[in-house]
Ligand binder design. Structure first.
Ligand SMILES: Cc1cc2nc3c(=O)[nH]c(=O)nc-3n(C[C@H](O)[C@H](O)[C@H](O)COP(=O)(O)O)c2cc1C
Length: 193
């Protein structure tokens, strides 16, 4: 079975360090035999979540995101740290992805998925706080989060010219985290294509 992973970052800023990090995770996963679909969250025209939109105007982009989530075994998510937590872009996308769609029998696009989480920040904390929040949020919506996670402090100088991590420890952790995600994904129910 080929494991299918959906990869995205919680920042789509030009030069995003988290985009660089999730690109690396995708490369690692492909090298280990997984099929990776890389998306950018701002390519989905998601409004700020509002409950009034749910019954009659469920956004087409939210449905599109949920369909993509359902078609993959798991996720590779790189989260920036914004004021000690995950970015608004990432939280809004997760909120829309987790809502039941009227007329569809699914509980949440995130249910029965496995996730590998990582984050890059320019501070010495290396997204520890945002990844702790992300793990909590994903667990709340029934996503199994791999125990290994990759945190990159001082991230502005952490990547070499080829986009690889300069420090051996996080590079090794990346391999371990991706291997865990693939291993867990192979044990889950197959995604809906
Ligand atoms: C609104 C805002 C809040 C931030 N808060 C934090 C923070 O709490 N901790 C931290 O380590 N970095 C913080 N940063 C700095 C980010 O780590 C830095 O901008 C990083 O490059 C963001 O990820 P990106 O390169 O993927 O966009 C903040 C940046 C912004 C724009």
């Amino acid at each position: 079975m080929t494991v299918k992973l959906l990869a995205f970052a919680g920042s789509t800023r030009t030069g995003s360090l988290n985009q660089a990090l999730v690109d690396l995770a995708a490369r690692e996963a492909r090298a280990r035999g997984a099929e990776v679909t890389a998306i950018r969250l701002t390519d989905f025209d998601l409004p700020i979540y509002h409950g009034d939109l749910e019954p009659d105007e469920f956004p087409a982009a939210a449905l599109e995101l949920q369909t993509l989530l359902r078609a993959h075994h798991g996720l590779l998510i790189a989260s920036p740290e914004h004021n000690g937590t995950i970015s608004a872009l990432l939280k809004n996308s997760i909120d829309w992805g987790s809502r039941p769609v009227p007329g569809h029998a699914i509980i949440s696009g995130f249910r029965n998925k496995v996730a590998g989480i990582m984050g890059a920040s320019i501070s010495p904390f290396g997204t520890l706080r945002s990844l702790t929040h992300l793990r909590h949020v994903l667990s709340t919506i029934q996503t199994i989060v791999a125990t290994e996670q990759v945190m990159i402090p001082f991230a502005a100088t952490a990547f070499d010219a080829q986009g690889a991590l300069k420090e051996p420890l996080p590079a090794q952790l990346m391999g371990m985290m991706v291997a865990r995600v693939i291993d867990l994904a192979e044990r889950l129910e197959p995604p809906v294509s």
